[in-house]
Design a protein around this ligand. Structure first.
Ligand code: ADP
Ligand code: ZN
Length: 297
């Protein structure tokens, strides 16, 4: 039986797991993201120790970025221009492959999670869908016509511009590049900065949630109109607020204003904008799905 190693490499923590799928996770660990040497070193130690008992078939990495996921590129497998200290120009895949000597799959964190949802979760059977995370940042990935979206780099959906009514919301935005881009207005730290309380602590009836749903819906409408996804899967810490889903769905319908005459949006939007089928494991299982894909390549 094939055994996959998965690394969900986040800007604040790494999650590593070994298994063959969601019902068969044999080992899992997590640790804070510090320097590449230390953090990748800990991942290698975790997999290396397990390999003495059971060989891994392949390893997959779903990484914070920007990353280079283009196999034809000289910097394939690198974390490239990240503002995160120590991590710019890090040859992530090279270090893992050198230490563990197995095929290594690699993509952005959200493209990885999208693959996990496609393989085992809420996007099974679809060919065009988007996976979004709303947490410390806001990011999206996904598939179009059965292939993950890469192109020039990989999508950076969180940095699209959305209308910002300064009178209604004078908060300037959290993004260090753009201020009030989509991520800048709607990520978890933006909620905290705007309301002076962590998102976990805002009660469901707080007006901040209607504003959050409005911003999230604005971005979703642009994604729906651009990519025509068959479903949108939304995860990340902020989306643990389950009451956000109905707010976002009705705001998406209001903003689309009847333009897209499809049952998925008009009648079945509860199945159209959904939480991850894999819950908070979407990222690490996505990394395992990247390993499976690398083994097959
Ligand atoms: P990361 O993006 O670092 O992987 P998370 O997805 O948990 O981690 O995102 C962290 C952000 O999500 C923080 O801004 C935090 O306030 C917010 N968050 C985490 N859990 C919740 C929750 N249950 N409800 C609302 N916001 C949350
Ligand atoms: Zn931005």
């Amino acid at each position: 039986m094939s055994l996959w190693g998965g690394i969900e490499a986040g800007g604040t923590k790494f999650v590593c797991a070994i298994g063959s799928g969601p019902d068969d996770i044999r080992a899992e660990t997590s640790f804070p993201t510090t320097t590449p040497e230390e953090t990748i070193g800990r991942a290698i130690a975790f997999f290396g120790q397990h390999q003495q008992a059971e060989p891994l078939t392949a390893v997959g990495i779903a990484s914070f970025g920007p990353v280079d996921p283009d196999r034809r590129s000289a910097t394939f497998g690198y974390v490239t221009t990240t503002p995160k200290p120590h991590w710019a120009d890090t040859d992530f895949v090279g270090r893992i492959r050198k230490a563990l000597d197995v095929p290594v799959g690699f993509d952005s964190d959200v493209n990885g999670a999208a693959l996990g949802e496609f393989r085992w979760g809420a996007a099974q059977g679809l060919d065009t869908f988007v996976y979004l995370t709303v947490g410390t940042g806001l990011g999206g990935g996904g598939m179009v016509n059965g292939r993950r979206i890469h192109g020039l780099m990989h999508p950076e959906m969180g940095h699209m511009r959305v209308p910002h009514d300064w009178a209604a919301d004078p908060y300037a935005g959290y993004c260090s590049y753009h201020g009030d881009c989509w991520e800048g207005l709607a990520c978890g730290p933006a909620i905290e900065a705007r309301w002076q309380a962590r998102a976990e602590q805002l009660p469901p009836e707080h007006p901040g949630w209607a504003l959050e749903a409005h911003y999230l819906a604005l971005g979703l409408v642009s994604i729906i109109c651009t990519l025509s996804p068959q479903r949108i899967v939304m995860g990340g810490g902020v989306m643990k607020q389950a009451h956000l889903f109905p707010k976002i769905r009705s705001e998406v319908q209001r903003l689309l204003n009847g333009y897209i005459q499809k049952e998925a949006i008009l009648q079945q939007i509860d199945d159209y904008i959904v939480p991850p089928g894999l819950g908070s494991q979407a990222g690490v299982l996505g990394a395992m799905a990247l390993a499976e894909e690398a083994a097959a390549a």
